[in-house]
Design a protein around this ligand. Structure first.
Ligand code: ATP
Ligand code: ZN
Length: 298
């Protein structure tokens, strides 16, 4: 009998596509994807990737068309609120937060408009593609405003006279600036999330979900981690260990023909910056070497 295969939905073309494919490749997945293909076959794992619109991902997982999905928290939370409002059960489960797709859902007002806190939103018209998240935010802040739901081009709504302000996604804020808007409040901090169906999976599928999650954890740890090697006078060891960022148990190795010095090797679970190296050198370290970590499994 054929091995059951996992189906994972990712965004077909957009901001999440490349980072999603990148993280899957780092997890060891080999896929062949033809241009405009809807599905890619995992050659070395029983896992196929479906390319869809990001807004459809929660539904696909909710309806068990796919077992897994990679989607923005913004889309996920909006969907969760929408389902709840319609009295439907929410059935997808978030498994992991991923370190890409970072953005914020914010309220932004035209640059020249004054803004005096959330209370000044009272009675205003706010354009957004996230009506449920906005509605929740307003309710939590006891403000009643008119929500103008649009399907796109939210940032030009104030200039068109369709709204007084907007509630939209930003990452750097340059789009807001280009549209003469000023960010005044954060509604949601967002990032990509791995979601799964709540249905029990066949044992083999379930095993692969666990393996994938473990590899994802490893990939995310590795991104920040560095392997650092240096020589240190024995007398300075305590200080040098204190300076090594995020490393608990360095390996200390004696140096042949140099009784006062040792070699220190350590995995640092944070990025190692030039400033740290300079401090280590000042404390007596020499022959400093920082290497990227390729894989990690704890
Ligand atoms: P689709 O055709 O799949 O519906 P889209 O236009 O909704 O595409 P994108 O603009 O590619 O989607 O954004 C996809 C996701 O990327 C967003 O839902 C959000 O989670 C994330 N994201 C990260 N940074 C930003 C940003 N600056 N603006 C908008 N979305 C961002
Ligand atoms: Zn979308």
């Amino acid at each position: 009998m054929d091995e059951p295969r996992l189906k994972l939905a990712i965004q077909k073309s957009g901001r999440l596509t490349d980072p999603s494919l990148d993280v899957l490749v780092r997890c060891g997945l080999k896929i062949s994807r033809g241009k405009d293909q809807l599905m890619a076959y995992g050659e070395n794992m029983p896992l196929d990737v479906l390319f869809v619109r990001d807004d459809d991902i929660p539904d696909l997982v909710q309806e068990d068309v796919c077992d897994l999905g990679l989607v923005g928290l913004n889309v996920l939370e909006e969907k969760r609120l929408e389902l709840a409002a319609r009295g439907h059960p929410v059935r997808f489960q978030a498994l992991r937060t991923l370190d890409f797709g970072r953005c914020r859902l914010v309220l932004a007002v035209p640059q020249e408009h004054p803004y005096e806190g959330v209370a000044s939103l009272q009675g205003k018209r706010i354009a957004t593609t996230y009506p449920y998240l906005l509605e929740q935010y307003l309710r939590e802040h006891a403000v009643s405003a008119e929500i103008v739901t649009l399907s796109g081009a939210v940032e030009i709504a104030p200039r068109l006279g369709r709204a007084d302000l907007i509630c939209d996604l930003v990452s750097t804020g340059s789009t807001l600036q280009a549209n003469h808007l000023r960010e005044v409040q954060t509604v949601l901090e967002s990032h990509a999330v791995l979601i799964r169906t709540p249905l029990a999976l066949a044992p083999l599928k379930s095993e692969w979900v666990e393996r994938l999650v473990m590899r994802l954890d490893g990939v995310q740890q590795v991104r920040e981690s560095k392997y650092i090697m240096l020589h240190a006078p024995r007398a300075a060891l305590a200080e040098i260990r204190r300076l090594l960022p995020g490393s608990e148990f360095p390996t200390i190795i004696p140096l042949e023909g140099s009784p006062d010095k040792v070699a220190v090797h350590a995995v640092c679970r944070e990025n190692v910056f030039w400033e740290t190296l300079e401090r280590l050198k000042k404390a007596g370290a020499s022959a400093l070497l920082v290497l990227p970590v390729e894989k990690m499994l704890s």
